[in-house]
Structure formats: C-alpha cells, structure tokens
Design a protein around this ligand. Structure first.
Ligand code: FES
Length: 113
C-alpha cells in the first residue's frame, strides 16, 4: 500500500523573511530527486500563528487513498480533522531531507517490507 503525504510550508511575510520559500523549494527538489511525486505533494501553508518560531512545516499523513486527491489539491488548514499531522518549527532547507526521510521515506520502506 502506498503511503501518501502532504507537506505544507507557511509562507506569509515574517516566515518568508526567514526563508520559508527556500524550505519549500528544497522539499520540491528532494521530492523530484527521490521520484516521490505520486505520493508526496508540497503545498503552501498560510500563517499558522507561530511566526516567531517559523518557518513552520506541517507534514500530513499517511493520507488514505480516498482522501488523497482532496488533500493534494486544496489548502490545508491546521484545524482540519483527518490524517495525522506533525508540525516542525524553525525549519531550514538543511532539515528537509531528514524530515522527508523520517516520515515519508521511512513509512514507504516499512510499507514495502
Ligand atoms: S507565516 Fe509562518 S507561522 Fe506565520
């Protein structure tokens, strides 16, 4: 069974000034390099209300197959019920590979074994 995830990076002004755009671009690059595009999507977050400790990243999933299209295409709101969510604060581009491995790739390997 494929484990699918959505990764959202907050993007409004104060976190943008602390490189949230670079974090999002790094996730996009890693997903492309690891060929995870069919199971990991990267989305924009709004402001999650933790700007002083941003950029903040939500990792949502695993997302059930019947909810994947919905989560893949719409904005994510932190208060949504649904798949598990983890938030990471103060994320830098250097943290992105570790987060991807910790959640998305680890689960993928476990699901395959
Ligand atoms: S813009 Fe990042 S939490 Fe507010």
């Amino acid at each position: 069974m494929i484990q699918r995830y959505k990764i959202c990076v907050c993007k409004t002004k104060s976190c943008s000034e602390r490189f949230s755009k670079d974090v999002k671009e790094k996730f996009i690059e890693l997903v492309r390099k690891q060929r995870l595009g069919d199971r990991v999507c990267i989305g924009d977050g709004g402001c999650y209300g933790h700007c002083t400790i941003g950029p903040n990243v939500f990792i949502i999933g695993p997302i059930p197959d019947d909810q994947w299209e919905d989560y893949r295409t719409r904005d994510f709101l932190p208060g949504d019920d649904g798949p598990p969510k983890r938030i990471y604060n103060g994320v830098s581009p250097n943290d992105c590979l570790e987060l991807l491995e910790k959640h998305c790739l680890k689960d993928q390997k476990e699901a395959a074994s």
